[in-house]
Design a protein around this ligand. Sequence first.
Ligand code: ADP
Length: 410
Amino acid sequence: MNLAYIQEPVAAALEVCTDEEPLRVLLIDDDAAYRHLCQRYLSNVGPPSFEVVAVSTAAEGLAELEANDFDCLLVDYLLPDLRGTQVIRTFSTSDSERTPPTIIMTAEGGESAAAEAVRAGAADFLPKGVVSAESLVRSIKNAVQKSRLQKSAEAQSRELQHVNEQLNAKNEEIQRFYQIVSHEVKTPLAAAREFIAITLDGIAGPIADYQKEMLTHALDSCDQIAAQFNDLIEMTRLEAKKISLSKEKSSLDDVVARCLASVSMAIEAKQLYIKKRTTTAIPPFSFDRNRMVQVLSNLLGNAIKYTGPGGTITLAISHDADAGVVEIAVSDTGCGIAPDDLAQVFDRLYQVDGTGDSYMGAGLGLGLSIAKEIVALHDGTISATSVVEEGSTFTVRLPIQEAKSNNLGD
Ligand code: ADP
C-alpha cells in the first residue's frame, strides 16, 4: 500500500502563502469606515493577493458562507444582529468542514472578548486600534496556514485509521482462510492417516516389510502436513494477539521429562546422544505448561533435525535466584548456522537453505518465530548462538516472578 501521498497535503498546506492563488476573505463589520480600511489594507499586496467580500451584518455573512467558500473569515466581535463568536458557532454547527479559520476583531479589545473568541475556536483575535496592513496580512496568512495544516493532519489521521482498518480486515480474512483450508485439508488427511495406520497394523491383510516402510513414511508425511497447518494457524493467532496463556505454578522438571519422552524415539532412530544438566533445583513457578512443552519440543526437534547421527544434544537448565530467572539451553553438535542466517532464524517463514534432513520432516520456518512469541508472552527472551559445523545453542530465559499480566485476551 503506498502511503507516500499522505504527505502531499502537508506540503500543499505549507506552500499556501507562497502560491499565486488569491486568498478569499469574508469581512463582516457594521462599521463601513473600518470595512474600507481593511479592504485597503488587503489590496495591492501579495502574493498571495486577497479577494475580499465585505458585508455589514451576521445574517449577510452567514448567507455568504452558505453560498461560497472562503479561506478566512474576518468578523467584528460586536455586530448589530449577532456576536462574531456566535457567527462561527452558528456556521460551524451546520457545516464544520467548510468553516474557514476566523479572526475576531474588536474595538475595545477586552480580555473577556479575547477569551470568548478562543473558546469559540477563533484562529486569532485582533484589537482594531492597533491593526496595521502588515499585521492584518500576517494574521490572515497564519490563520489560513494553520487551518490547512490542521485539516491535512486530520485527513492523514483519517487515512491512517482507514488503512489500519483495512489491514485488520485483511488479517482476519487471512486467518479465516487458513482456518477453512486447514479444516478442509485436515479432515480428509485424518481419514487417510487412519486408513494407513490400519493397513500398517496388518488389520487389512498381511503386508511385506518394504510396504511397511513405505506406509510408515506415508504416516509421517500425514503428521507433517497436519503439523504445518497447525503452525500456520498458530502463527496467525499469535500475530492477531488471539492466544492467551493458561499459567499455573508448575514444575519445569515435569515439562522437560514430557518433552524428552516425546523425542526419545527420534533420538534413538538417529543414534544421537542426549544429556540433561541441571545445576540447581528449579522451584515451581508460574507458566503455561502446554506452551512451554511446545517451545522446548520445537528446540529439541530442531536440534535433532539439524544434527547428524552420532551427535550430542544437551539440555541445560539453571536457575539464577538473584536475577529471578530460569534458563533453559538446548545445544547440539549439528551443522550450525552462519552469522547472517542466525540473525534471521526467529523471523517468520525464515529457513536456511540446504540444512536439515528428511527424518524429522521439513518445516515451514515458523517454529522458532512461534517459540519467540510464546516466550515473549511469558515476559521472557529467546536467543541463539552458533558456530558453523560445530553446533548451535538456543537459550530461553524466563522470569520466575509472577508477571504483571499473563495474557492478551481472546
Ligand atoms: P523449521 O520448521 O524450518 O525448522 P524453525 O523456525 O524452527 O523452522 O527454524 C528456522 C530455521 O532455523 C530452520 O529452517 C533452520 O535452517 C534453522 N535452525 C533452527 N534450529 C537449528 C539448529 N538447531 N541447527 C541448525 N539450524 C537450525
